[in-house]
Design a protein around this ligand. Structure first.
Ligand code: GLN
Length: 479
């Protein structure tokens, strides 16, 4: 395998005229043709759009103009993110023929920065899942171990980067869907704080939790992509006006003396012994780097999975009400309007999506609303409060990303609870709106990647990236 491209190596090679954006795009499409039939990371390719963009970058280079920050960088975009004129299915049959009339803000910004979008990646249907096995278009295989899942729901984005079919990718994270596949495929992967990146054009699963973020080969590239997509967007009223720091500039700052909280609650039963060993080695490495480690408590952690699956399903049941066969997706006619809705939704949604709609409708229904949804909102506030108190004492919090490494395809599909438990360490930060990254932390048996998760306070992305970068540079990936 040729050495993987990075954002800076692509840009420099194009600027020095050693190659062109078009050649780099071609090289990636060749690899996709060779490898995608096996791993199923891409659902749709958009060659015309990619080559048109590559040619624009090459014209700039030929004219000796300064190249934008992501010039010629081939990217993969999760299929829950809208791309104008390019099929966007959310890996669901109900959007099988959906072609968005507009681009997500993140996509607009990436292209304005010179990036070349290769295509759309497979995921769990409507981003509901932890293995990418809930896709209506077949599962994705983990490039590091093809009999195993790549994690989910952004499994196609993670697999595309891990297999060198793209230099970086966008995923979406509602309860762990960027960080967990990053961990399972051996890549750094990040969600910024809620509001850091515009959700405009992100097809909603659970609007109070959904975030767009990058996966790449190294932390510097994660920082560069986040830099471009971050910032206020008038099209998303929940996007923040808080200024975007210069993430790349902060990466090399020393981490000596940084205060790191280690929450006891994240090291309990259910954690794979191999994951534990690697994460403990990771923590020892942080100590060697001069960080100050402190035991902390996040006492409401035990309630996080239940809380997440109440709030996320409630919001999903409401968001997914729009798929009725009238405006979107293939319609199945019935003898009345209601029958048409029923038949369309019955045929268009997969089993996991139906399960979530039923759960979410239940927790929102009269008589149960207070007991479940309202209670869930209160516990969510307590979870956020736990973090708030912890960040009075520490700069960042370090945990494992996933309790288990990549599991075998098929192993958990019939056990939704086991699948939901894959998110046990990631949903907390989602509920609290915090930034979080997963950074590679060794490989079990030299093969299966483990991720170390770093949470920061709200809008503390720079600090999270700084620690992840120091960890990576100190050899975290090869522990
Ligand atoms: N695995 C979690 C779920 O199924 C998280 C998914 C996500 O972050 N999109 O809800």
């Amino acid at each position: 395998m040729s050495a993987a491209w990075t954002i800076s190596s692509v840009r420099e090679a194009i600027a020095a005229k050693k190659t062109s954006a078009r050649e780099i795009a071609t090289e990636h499409y060749k690899r996709i043709a060779a490898r995608n039939p096996e791993i199923n990371a891409f659902l749709t390719l958009c060659e015309k759009r990619a080559y048109a963009q590559a040619d624009r970058v090459d014209a700039m280079a030929a004219a000796g103009k300064p190249l934008p920050p992501l010039a010629g960088v081939p990217l993969a975009i999760k299929d829950t993110i809208s791309t104008r004129g390019v099929r966007t299915t959310c890996s669901s049959k109900i959007l099988d023929n959906y072609i968005p009339p507009y681009d997500a803000t993140a996509v607009v910004r990436l292209e304005a920065a010179g990036a070349v979008i290769l295509g759309k990646t497979n995921c769990d249907e409507f981003a509901m899942g932890s293995s990418t096995e809930n896709s209506a278009y077949g599962p994705v295989k983990n490039p590091v171990a093809p009999d195993r899942v790549p994690g989910g729901s952004s499994g196609g984005s993670a697999a595309a980067v891990a297999a060198d079919l793209a230099v970086a990718a966008l995923g979406t994270d509602t309860g762990g869907s960027i960080r967990q596949p990053g961990a399972l495929c051996g890549l750094p992967a990040m969600m910024g704080s809620y509001g850091r990146v515009s959700r405009y054009g992100l097809i909603a699963f659970a609007s109070s939790l959904d975030r767009i973020g990058p996966l790449a080969h190294n932390v510097a590239d994660v920082a560069k992509v986040l830099q471009i997509i971050a910032g206020r967007d008038p099209n998303d009223s929940t996007s923040t006006t808080a200024p975007v720091e210069d993430y790349a500039a902060g990466l090399a700052k020393p981490v000596k003396g940084m205060k790191i909280g280690i929450p006891k609650e994240y090291f309990g039963a259910g954690m794979d012994a191999g994951v534990r060993e690697k994460v403990e080695a990771g923590i020892a490495l942080l100590r060697k780097l001069g960080c100050e480690l402190m035991d902390i408590h996040l006492p409401h952690t035990d309630y996080a999975i239940a809380t997440y699956y109440i709030i996320a399903t409630a919001e999903a049941s409401s968001n997914l009400a729009r798929y009725d066969g009238v405006r979107f997706g293939p319609r199945v006619e019935g003898d009345s309007l209601i029958a048409t809705y029923r038949k369309t939704r019955g045929a268009g949604f997969g089993a996991e999506v139906k399960r979530r709609i039923v759960l979410g409708t239940y927790v929102l229904s009269a008589g149960y609303y207070d007991a479940y949804y309202l209670k869930g909102q209160k516990v969510r506030a307590l979870i956020a409060q736990d973090f708030g108190e912890a960040f009075q004492k520490v700069d960042v919090i370090v945990t494992p990303t996933s309790p288990v490494p990549a599991f075998k395809l098929g192993e958990r599909v019939n056990d939704p609870l086991q699948m939901y438990l894959a998110d046990i360490y990631t949903v907390t930060g989602s509920l609290a709106g915090l930034p979080g990254i997963s950074v590679p932390c060794g490989r079990i048996g030299g093969k299966l990647p483990v991720g170390l998760q770093v949470f920061g306070p709200a809008f503390g992305e720079a600090r999270v990236l700084q620690l992840a970068h120091a960890f990576e540079q100190a050899g975290g990936a090869s522990l």
